[in-house]
Design a protein around this ligand. Sequence first.
Ligand code: CAA
Length: 258
Amino acid sequence: MENISFEKRDNIAVLKISRPKFLNALNSNTLLELDSIIEDVKRDKDIYVLVITGEGNKAFVAGADIKEMSNMSVFEAREFSILGNSVFRKIEKLEIPTIAAVNGYALGGGCELSLCCDIRIASENAKFGQPEVTLGITPGFGGTQRLARIVGTSRAKELIYTGRMIDAKEAEKIGLVNKVVTQENLMDEVMDLANSISKNAPIAVRMCKVAINRGIEVDIETGIQYETELFSHCFLTEDQRDAMAAFLDKRKVDKFKN
Ligand code: CAA
């Protein structure tokens, strides 16, 4: 891979967008590499949590590549948006939890990449924004859809109409990030969080994510039915039997299975 590094530590995978000369901006090649890694992650049953971050201490991702977009035809722009949206939707639909470790600028496509993760932890120097209207375009990788769902339509509209950048503190205040930490502690905090998730029953954690993600897209009656199906599905697992037996025996489960 030219623009992405990927490593696994125990059951946690860390994916780093790595084009530091361009503040990790996403060009087509990087999106194709991202797509291929996400397909591998989907198949790898030993990965319980995926962390996504950017190379260096200045940018998470400073957006889609403006140089590449500058000469695009309508057809090429459409293909570019389809590619970005398809990869980001794949990330959103991964059954394992995903955490964005936002280590600097998360603008345009970078903010959108963080939005398709389940949890966002930001360093104090992180900056978020959807500056597309300052470039004569709309967000193209899901920003108009996911930002509104996460922070509410009113705040999303203000941020998207103005293109205003907000700092990590304001992002936390409006519920865009879960927690702000110092830059030097960012990866330790994110790995602690990933570890605390990965030590729980992995199938149950995945079922929780599926229930929440499917549930928010449908009416509550249908969502509750999903929950009942997924809850009862857990009773097919060794984890359920072992964990409940361990509780009754007043001991801890050694290790959850998968
Ligand atoms: N695309 C391509 N190159 C980019 C880039 C981007 N999104 N963001 C930064 N770069 C490049 C710069 O061109 C520069 O390259 P050169 O050294 O070759 O000139 C290098 O990265 C460093 O950037 P700056 O010199 O600009 O760094 P700075 O500290 O002065 O400013 C910044 C940092 C405020 C993030 C500024 O780089 C910036 O505003 N970047 C663009 C942010 C943006 O508008 N993103 C949205 C893109 S549109 C989009 O994402 C659409 C979509 O939804 C799909």
